[in-house]
Design a protein around this ligand. Structure first.
Ligand code: 2P0
Length: 327
């Protein structure tokens, strides 16, 4: 990476879907997770962010899709670290655009904070490695640490700011994967991921067992990825997602991200599978469902979901690239 001579840089980062979920922070200030996690970066959904440091500014300014934002808490964590590393006191204008079809129902924080890390570090003249960018993105949002890299990515939890970062997974032989996103509701949720995971970690009686579950699921998912075992990949991913959602149901007070439509998609996937069509589902901190399948069954499953839920709710993605920095 080269240094930026004119205080400005643009970066593009893609969103990711977690297969082994991150759900809980040991340290909320610097986003150290209780467990590791594994995700797949997706090709269709990304954020493009331009950062310009300007000595005339008296505060950071954030535009998302052209709209001024007032809550800059997480953005400031990233920019303050960049200023500290660069020995600069300049504030920045951040112009961020999400290229996530409204029908996809993906959260944009992973791609947004990964793009912010790449653009702000470059604009400040820093030459950071991808590992350092992953740590920087993590300060904004945990899942963003993984969106620095393409394809399958593992976030090594670590226990401090220096050893908690994501790495690209090597030796993966499972490459034929398609993800069908079914949008049930794209309104923002009433319990944010940060609030939800904190509640689960503090109150679910199952939280200590979740950490054991994730340790086992990480080993088994890696085995599936290295042996090109799609059935095992799907089974582990689906079970891990449901175990994460069991933490929300078992919190005090209990809560869920599921909506009636979420359960409808789950039933459809179970029925397709009973008919011998191989597909699995995963669900993040929201009602929308991502169906995991392979090329051979993609059209059939997509057509089925389009018939049932309507074309505007369905979008398809494949494994996508890591961060791209444009000077
Ligand atoms: C994940 N999620 O591993 C999990 C699974 C949602 C469910 O990471 O609090 O926006 O900003 O670190 O990264 C979404 O939460 O949370 C998320 P913070 P983030 O992808």
């Amino acid at each position: 990476m080269t240094t930026s001579a004119n205080n400005t840089a643009t970066a593009i980062a893609h969103t990711n879907i977690a297969l082994i979920k991150y759900w809980g922070k040991v340290n909320e200030q610097i986003t150290i997770p209780y467990t590791g996690s594994i995700s797949l970066t997706l090709d269709q959904f990304y954020t493009k962010t331009k950062v310009t440091f300007d000595p005339q500014l008296t505060a950071d300014q954030l535009l998302v899709n052209g709209k001024i934002q007032t809550n800059l808490t997480k953005v400031s964590r990233v920019l303050n670290r960049v200023r500290q590393l660069a020995g600069s006191e300049k504030f920045a204008i951040i112009d961020s655009k999400n290229f996530v079809p409204t029908s996809a129902g993906f959260a944009s924080s992973a791609s947004a904070f990964a793009a912010l890390a790449g653009a702000s570090a470059t604009a400040a003249g820093l030459s950071l490695t991808h590992q350092e960018l992953s740590k920087l993105a993590r300060l904004g949002s945990g899942s963003a640490s993984r969106s620095i890299f393409g394809n399958f990515v593992e976030w090594l939890p670590g226990d401090n700011d220096d050893n908690s970062y994501a790495v690209p997974m090597t030796d993966v032989t499972l490459t034929d994967i398609a993800v069908i996103a079914v949008n049930i509701n794209s309104q923002s949720k009433t319990i944010s991921s940060s609030q939800g995971m904190q509640l689960s970690a503090n109150t679910s009686p199952y939280y200590s067992e979740w950490q054991n579950v994730v340790a086992r699921d990480l080993v088994n998912l890696k085995h599936a990825l290295m042996t090109n075992d799609f059935a095992l990949f799907g089974q582990i991913s689906e079970a891990n997602a449901m175990r994460m959602h069991a933490l929300t149901l078992s919190s005090l007070p209990p809560f869920t991200y599921f909506e009636p439509g979420t359960l409808e998609v789950i039933e459809t996937i179970q029925a397709l599978r009973a008919d011998g069509i191989e597909c699995y589902y995963t669900i993040d901190a929201g009602p929308n469902v991502k169906v995991l399948t392979q090329t051979a069954n993609l059209s059939l499953i997509k057509d089925h979901l389009v018939d049932q839920f309507g074309p505007s709710r369905i979008s398809v993605a494949h494994p996508g690239p890591g961060i791209e920095i444009l000077e």
